[in-house]
Design a protein around this ligand. Structure first.
Ligand code: MG
Length: 479
């Protein structure tokens, strides 16, 4: 049955081209479905409480007379040209099904997660397409603790939308809108209070004309940094650069860091759940090395994905820490952080989760933590250079979609015995084997395309090529 219900959510919420895929109608439906869903959950919880009361008192409890607690949904949106339209549609849907809306207006994703948690809301909704081009938009849902909706929760929303089982409120139960005041300054104060930065560090900040354009510069200044901003006026056409903080989009930032003699450059993606750093020489910080640096600084138990470099493991070994690996995707990282009670979770993309603050990835807090680290131990170039890097190969082998299962079954069975000195086999997302000398290889099927991906890191170039060839020959031999 469940498989007949079309999937709307991808790896990071609903995402697609506006008008064609992400429509006004879909936004209304998502608002109505979330409102229906959380009222249902709340009803079940209250019903359980009432049953307990009934058993305790042995008297009848007139639930009709008992005041129903109002469900609340925090809503925010990014700078895209379509975001206000979609936000209004989502808000209307929520009200129609009887929940109140706590309206944030334009806000970075981490503020939506934070506000959902701090305001005791039943859910949060963010209108954003994160790092995608301007013609895209999307909808991402958040739990009361600031964690993204899990797959099974997204399936419930998809089911309500597909079956149109919305519970519409009567005229007297329609929700109300409250424009939220004060949460922004509380968020800024909490961010600044969570780090120890002394005045004097010079930072160049590139907000991609995105949702953190107002907040991030303010946070860094309040924390004591001297800040030069570029692309920090909200603009849904992204005239400064595209919102993906990839090396090819950050040339201007790299130049400005060098030209102004800054200590560090920081770039956000469009909704600022991510952060990328530039060192004082204008070089982009290797994503894996930066993740390793911050993991070592935080220490304890850290979570990262199966495709992240082994340099995090090496850094964590130095401080007696532990690395837990999960499937690729920020929701998987968040779930593992919660389950393992970890101190930090991060993907090499720069999506980092700081559970001592909130369960929503936060690019502004990540920037503060890197700046704090640079002030304490920097310069950044020196810190990065001290982390040894091994040759890495990322490759893909074409195959038919129908062959993926058969190939992965053979990889499962045979990969662990194909190499000498295998010390660990991880099957959480494809098959990843680690060897005694720290070399490793991951073979996993592409989620959407007709490829099998090979990702590896080896102690030297020759070994890297050897591993690559052996894996590629094996996969091609399966076809
Ligand atoms: Mg993002």
């Amino acid at each position: 049955m469940a498989s007949e219900i079309p999937k709307l959510f991808g790896t990071s919420g609903i995402r697609g081209k506006v008008v064609e895929e992400v429509t006004l109608e879909l936004a209304v439906d998502v608002g109505m479905a979330v409102s229906t869903h959380i009222r249902g959950e709340n009803f079940i919880q209250n019903d359980l409480k009432n049953t307990e009361n009934l058993n305790n008192t042995k008297k009848g409890l007139n639930t009709k007379k008992g005041k129903k607690p109002k469900c609340k949904v925090v809503v925010g949106y990014d700078t895209r040209t379509s975001s206000e339209m979609l936000e209004n549609a989502v808000v209307s849907g929520i009200l129609q099904c009887g929940c109140d809306v706590l309206r944030l207006g334009m806000a970075p994703t981490p503020l939506v997660g934070y506000a959902t948690m701090k305001l005791g809301a039943n859910a949060g909704i963010m209108i954003t397409a994160s790092h995608n081009p301007p013609e895209y938009n999307g909808i991402k849902l958040w739990n009361p603790d600031g964690m993204a909706y899990r797959q099974e929760q997204e399936r419930k929303i998809e089911t309500i939308i597909h079956r149109k089982t919305f519970s519409k409120a009567s005229w007297k139960e329609i929700g109300k809108i409250k424009d939220v005041k004060g949460i922004r300054s509380r968020y800024i104060a909490d961010l600044v209070g969570s780090v120890d930065i002394k005045p004097g560090l010079k930072v160049v900040l590139d907000c991609a004309n995105g949702a953190a354009s107002h907040i991030s510069p303010l946070v860094l200044r309040k924390a004591g940094c001297s800040v030069v901003t570029i692309n920090s006026q909200p603009d849904g056409f992204f005239p400064g650069r595209m919102p993906e903080p990839s090396p090819q989009n950050l040339h201007e930032l790299m130049k400005v860091v060098k030209a102004t003699g800054a200590d560090i450059g920081i770039a956000h993606d469009g909704d600022a759940d991510r952060m990328v750093a530039i060192d004082e020489n204008g070089r982009i910080a290797d994503f894996d090395k930066l993740l390793a640096l911050i993991s070592r600084e935080i220490g304890g138990k850290v979570v990262t994905t199966v495709d992240a470099s082994v340099c995090t493991d090496r850094c964590m070994k130095e401080v007696g820490g532990e690395v837990i690996r999960t499937k690729v995707g920020d929701v998987h990282v968040a779930e593992a952080v919660a389950r393992e009670n970890a101190s930090f979770g991060g993907e090499p993309s720069g999506t980092w989760l700081h559970p001592d603050f909130c369960m929503c990835p936060d690019g502004i807090l990540s920037a503060l933590r890197v700046i704090e680290l640079v002030q304490k131990n920097g310069p950044l170039s020196k810190l990065l250079d001290m982390i040894p890097s091994y040759p890495t190969i990322r490759d893909k082998i074409n195959c038919k979609k129908s062959q993926k299962k058969m190939i992965m079954a053979r990889v499962e069975a045979e990969l662990p015995d194909m190499f000498e000195g295998v010390v660990d086999v991880n099957r959480i997302d494809g098959v990843r084997i680690s060897m005694k000398d720290d070399s490793w290889v991951l073979i996993r099927p592409s989620g959407t395309e007709s490829y099998i991906r090979i990702t590896l890191e080896a102690v030297n170039e020759a070994k890297a090529v050897k591993i690559r060839n052996k894996c590629a020959d094996f996969i091609e031999g399966c076809l």
